[in-house]
Design a protein around this ligand. Structure first.
Ligand code: ATP
Ligand code: MG
Length: 414
């Protein structure tokens, strides 16, 4: 679990603001959700035989002996909230949320125990139009953030029935190579063979590469859905690779699944992943409702942003006010408030906590401010301030306090 320190937090804030702007420009509304849910919500939604539910959840009993879990992902809680609050009843909803998720994973670059996700969900939409739009939205975000090195992988998991026949074919295949399977895969063979395809074990790669693929078992409706999705993406010039072994790490997906993957961050390269989950609302106690969504890992997004040369938004102090003594501080508070109110976006630091003029001017210089405003005894008496450019070598000048806002606004080009 990481501390996000001030140096990088400003980059987070900037990147998040761009992502939020793009998401909201497609008509999605924010929803804020609890971090704790009943364990059952995740067990039912994500699937009992998944990495997350089997070994990654932070689960505990509260004082009332109820089993609670710190959310490992957002979709299950969001769907639970929609059902609890009647949001999906004869309505379509486009929702987004952002926040920390918790998984007991092996910590490594790009994989943490507390991490953050943007989550975008469209509930009540059967697709494939919305499937395409959700993917296009991602591409817009990459453009806005000037990210490169991302490729889109798509696949279809078909209908429930098609998956049942595929599952059978998978079991048959994996039984023929059973002696080469790892422990996890053997356990999954009976209960959830699709999960084997999602194995992170390199030794399993070849066996998985030879496994049957879903596309050969696809039902007509899903095949048509997939074709339409591809043609809508083609129409927008979105490039993709069909990866027939893409299954995603959670059980609730059907039909469309996709991942945006980068080769720039080492082995944890999936920045954003999502898909359709047409049976989840019903599974969690609501009415049958089609839905699709994606989740994006903010840590990986920030890493890629920095890799691509993105910088933190500059939060430089513009003006440092030097004021020694009670009277000067009183005047300084007024000047600072006035400047903050009148000059859009300006950052003003008033010297607090005392210090001689010399000390204060040193602090002003160190702060990176473009100007120092000095409120000395003589200045206060004359209702003036000294304006000292700190970065240009220009000499300081006297300005009437009432003119200070105008002069600084002009100098700072605001
Ligand atoms: P992975 O295959 O990398 O484990 P996943 O299939 O578990 O991913 P999701 O549960 O769909 O992924 O999560 C969506 C995104 O959230 C991932 O693509 C990734 O960017 C991010 N993510 C998931 N787990 C972590 C983690 N432990 N640390 C950091 N980011 C994560
Ligand atoms: Mg995972």
């Amino acid at each position: 679990m990481n501390d996000i320190l001030p140096g990088i937090a400003s980059t987070w804030r900037y990147v998040e603001s761009i992502v939020v702007d793009v998401i909201q420009s497609y008509g999605y509304k924010e929803i804020r959700l609890p971090i704790l849910e009943h364990t059952d919500v995740f067990a039912r939604a994500i699937g009992e035989v998944t990495d997350i539910v089997e070994k990654e959840m932070y689960t505990f009993f509260d004082r009332n002996d109820e089993s609670l879990t710190m959310r490992p992902e957002a979709t299950a809680g969001l769907v639970r909230a929609g059902i609890t609050n009647g949001l999906f009843y004869n309505q379509r909803k486009k929702l987004w949320t952002l926040g920390p998720m918790f998984r007991y994973e092996k910590p490594q670059k790009g994989r943490y125990r507390q991490f953050h996700q943007f989550d975008v969900e469209a509930i009540g939409y059967p697709g494939p139009d919305i499937d395409a739009e959700l993917i296009i939205m991602c591409e817009r975000m990459w453009e806005q953030l000037e990210l490169s090195r991302l490729t889109l992988q798509i696949n279809t998991l078909g209908s429930h029935d098609a998956r049942a026949s595929y599952r059978k074919a998978l079991v048959d295949y994996f039984l023929t190579v059973k002696s080469a399977l790892d422990e996890d895969s053997i356990r999954r063979l009976e209960r959830n063979p699709l999960r084997i395809l999602d194995s992170k074990n390199q030794d399993m790669e070849e066996i998985i590469a030879d496994a049957p693929v879903m596309i050969d078992f696809l039902d007509d409706q899903s095949a048509e859905h997939f074709e339409k999705l591809k043609s809508l993406l083609d129409g927008q010039g979105i490039q993709y690779v069909v990866n027939p072994r893409l299954v995603r790490g959670l059980d609730y997906y059907n039909q469309t699944v996709f991942e945006w993957v980068t080769d720039a961050l080492g082995s944890q390269g999936t920045v954003c992943g999502g898909g359709r989950y047409d049976s989840l609302v019903e599974k969690l106690g609501g009415r049958s409702t089609p839905a699709i969504g994606w989740a994006m890992g903010v840590e990986r997004l920030i890493e890629l942003y920095e890799f691509c040369g993105g910088e933190a938004s500059k939060q430089n102090i513009d003006v440092y006010i030097v004021a020694a003594g009670h009277e000067a501080i009183a005047a300084g508070l007024s000047v600072a408030e006035e400047l903050r109110q009148q000059i859009p976006g300006v950052i003003i630091e008033l010297n607090l906590g005392g210090g001689s003029y010399k000390t204060q001017l040193k602090r002003a210089d160190k702060s990176g401010a473009a100007y120092a405003v000095i409120l000395g005894e003589d200045e206060i008496e004359r209702q003036e301030a000294s304006l000292k450019p700190l970065r240009t070598g220009e000499g300081q000048s006297r300005v009437a306090v009432e003119k200070l806002t105008d002069v600084l606004a002009k100098q700072l080009k605001r």
